[in-house]
Write a protein that binds this ligand. Sequence first.
Ligand SMILES: Nc1ncnc2c1ncn2[C@@H]1O[C@H](COP(=O)(O)OP(=O)(O)O)[C@@H](O)[C@H]1O
Ligand SMILES: [Mg+2]
Length: 448
Amino acid sequence: MSSGSSSQESGCCSPGRYQRDNLYQETANISSNLQLIPYTKLTDLTFINKGAYGTVYKALHSNWRIPVALKFFPKERHLMESERNKIFKEAEILHKARFSYILPILGICYEEENIGIVTEYMTNGSLNQLLHEENPSPEIAWPIRFRILYEIALGVNFLHNLTPPLLHHDLKTQNILLDSEFHVKIADFGLSKWRMLSQSFSDHKPAGGTIIYMPPEMYEPNLNTGRGSVKHDMYSYAIIMWEVLSRKQPYEGATTPMQIMFSVAKGNRPDLSEESIPSDTPYRDMFISLMQSGWACDPNDRPAFLKCLLDLEPVIQNYDDISILEGILQIKRIHSRFDGSPSFTDERPQQESPSTALMWVLCKRDQIVNQMTDACLYQCLDALISNQIILKEDYELIKSERTRSAKVRGLIDTCEMQGESFARIIVQKLKDNRQKDLQPFPDLWQDG
Ligand SMILES: Nc1ncnc2c1ncn2[C@@H]1O[C@H](COP(=O)(O)OP(=O)(O)O)[C@@H](O)[C@H]1O
Ligand SMILES: [Mg+2]
């Protein structure tokens, strides 16, 4: 892997020298040798998902000719030094934790204060999507479910064996990604910690509004001793195990996170009856005992991942490659019958490339919010609706906002979802209205 002086950079309409220098300094500060990927090399941006932290897009790397995933943190987030460092930290952790079952990082990109982490694109989305998707809801054969559980355990066990150990601390089915052959890639290291450095829990908050994977000792982290933090991942893993075996949402009946916390703190856990874990589940007793010890209230009673792997090895050895491939085929056949494609991530329709206008709008978000005039705003809305680029509902929603700036914010949020053609209209109207303070406008019309 090369760093700043890579030839990657020379061909791009790169950030200004000042920003480049800044970037080098920042990347040097965190001692990563990560490849720098210019934004302009990333084309065909398609929205995948908005996480708690950044927005994830699928993109095509125009030189490498492969799809990649870009976790993007737009300037609108007012990234502070500490936040920027967090992003670099996540990139660096992904880089240091390279392993068969960890999401491979390809590089980082940085332009006009916008930062993105570029990783391999996982065609089969997240485990959460696989387990809970509807229309279609494919059968998932036991061998493939067991292999997924086994590979998650291999991945986390590897992290815990690093020196110092790396604790993921945000294991959940949304953060378990699946490649084209349904092999596991653990993602989202935004909350992970090197064990030596993690004496404090004060920055630990329930991520993305989901509490179900969080062990009860973390509800009040300040009361905690260091021990809980080592066994945090095992608790989350036990819940994931339940979800994979039952294909249900944990604590489905609860309506608020408080209810779940209250119930879990009292010792309740997901249902282990035959209603949730069917009696014909292979190795049912072993899995139940693993789940029960994994989500034990006392962290000391939870096993290490090594023990878990030793329990899972005979299960995995019982299934040959053919049975796993058959399981994969079964899923793929159902998907292709429904949408003709093997991919079923939450994607919006493909947008035209490149995504110059979209990136420009997202980069300039604050300035556009401050400066777009009423006239320009309404011209945008009219053009969008007459070109059928905006849904009537979104159009009405934006118009119903009380202030001009709220309307513009709504317009840009919708643009982020809808993509390049939407953004081009915004750029065109800003130009038509001679909103010169927003210059330079992107030169869109040269690239078709
Ligand atoms: N490399 C990838 N390939 C395919 N989908 C991805 C990829 N990375 C993330 N996603 C999708 O985006 C979602 C959010 O990504 P994540 O890294 O977990 O971000 P956050 O920190 O915002 O939770 C994931 O749950 C998954 O659906
Ligand atoms: Mg996530």
